[in-house]
Design a protein around this ligand. Structure first.
Ligand code: FES
Length: 352
């Protein structure tokens, strides 16, 4: 499935893009669910959704349904959202103030610490020891008002996010308040969307409106171990955001933190199948922010997203056509894409 020539590491000046089958093969996606999504932190949602005991959010880490919750002792916890009876869900959707986690299928009930507490009509089951039945735990941590989860082998969260708060002080201090979530489904592999996010090379051709706000000539990309940052000075065109800087953070493998003055927009890119993905946009603003600015922000984001959706779907067709062989990357403009591809190649090599 994975040819060794696809996985060779190359310096940026000699870099080529990923091989087309990596964007189309369902077996590659199955591998990524385990070795990419399942081995790294995933953004689960706003910490405000877990303010009180029993508050919970549902999500997925790779192929594993998970939930994160505020426990009775005030700590954050997380579990597989997979009942130990026959695999039912403890929750379908986010919720508030649950006293316990009751499976939606047959009603087995777990404490907020994940311990099975009751199982209806099981008196005839021999050697059925409820004390030994628990939901498998996941790692859950919050950072700057965001909640992240990981299954086990991910690096420490502070390593994965290293340096982000320090470089975008106007956005992360003071903390912002969650406003809304807007989701989009796109006809492309999840990596096509991430690749597209990671370079400003396409700005003048695809995003005429956004290109007026940003300064293409001053656009820079900075690379870390697990993150990259694209930065541009920001013009105050139309007063939606004000003047300042645009910080577009990427946290491997699928998290984006888009910071403009007084506004944070988080993106998480989730595969739906090998050739389709969903992107969840969460919007955060300063307390008391003008709601009209929020509406303008939404309108402008929709416009940019429609432009990206169209080009990403066209790229997916090109990749699936049989015509494409890996092309050279632009060292000046596509170092973020190369960084992402090298992290993926590292994960693929480990799996082989
Ligand atoms: Fe959970 Fe049956 S699957 S109670």
């Amino acid at each position: 499935m994975l040819k060794s020539e696809w996985l060779e590491s190359r310096p940026l000046e000699h870099a080529v893009s990923l091989a087309a089958p990596l964007y189309t093969d369902p077996q590659v996606l199955a591998l990524e669910q385990r070795a990419v999504f399942g081995a790294n932190w995933q953004l689960l949602g706003p910490a405000a959704a877990l303010a009180q005991p029993g508050d919970h959010v549902v999500g997925e880490i790779g192929a594993t349904p998970v939930l994160a919750l505020r426990s009775e002792d005030g700590s954050l916890r997380g579990f597989h959202n997979v009942c130990r009876h026959r695999g039912g869900p403890l929750a379908f959707i986010d919720g508030r103030g649950a006293k316990a986690l009751q499976c939606k299928y047959h009603g087995w009930t777990y404490t907020l610490a994940g311990q099975l507490r009751s199982a209806p009509e099981m008196q005839d089951a021999r050697d059925f020891d409820m004390a030994r039945i628990c939901l498998p735990a996941i790692r859950v941590e919050s950072w700057q008002g965001l909640v992240f989860g990981a299954l086990g082998e991910a690096p420490a969260l502070h390593e994965a996010l290293d340096g982000i708060a320090a470089q975008a002080p106007a956005t992360f201090n003071p903390p912002l308040q969650f406003s809304r979530r807007v989701s989009y489904e796109l006809d492309c592999n999840w990596k096509v969307y991430v690749d597209n996010f990671l370079e400003g090379y396409h700005l003048p051709h695809i995003h005429p409106g956004l290109n007026k706000l940003l300064d293409y000539r001053s656009y820079t990309t900075t690379l870390g171990r697990w993150q990259s940052l694209q930065h541009s000075p920001l013009e105050d065109a139309g007063g939606i955001y004000g003047k300042g800087g645009a910080f577009y953070w990427f946290v491997y493998p699928n998290i984006m933190l888009n910071c403009l003055p007084g506004r944070l927009q988080t993106n998480r890119v989730l595969p739906l199948n090998a050739e389709r993905c969903r992107i969840d946009f969460d919007y955060y603003y300063a307390q008391g922010a003008d709601p009209v600015r929020g509406e303008q922000d939404q309108g402008f984001s929709d416009e940019v997203q429609a432009e990206d959706a169209q080009i990403c779907a066209a790229v997916q067709k090109g990749l699936a056509s049989g015509s494409y062989v890996p092309g050279r990357l632009n060292p000046k403009r596509e170092s973020g894409v190369h960084h992402f591809h090298e992290l993926l190649r590292e994960a693929y090599r480990k799996e082989r």
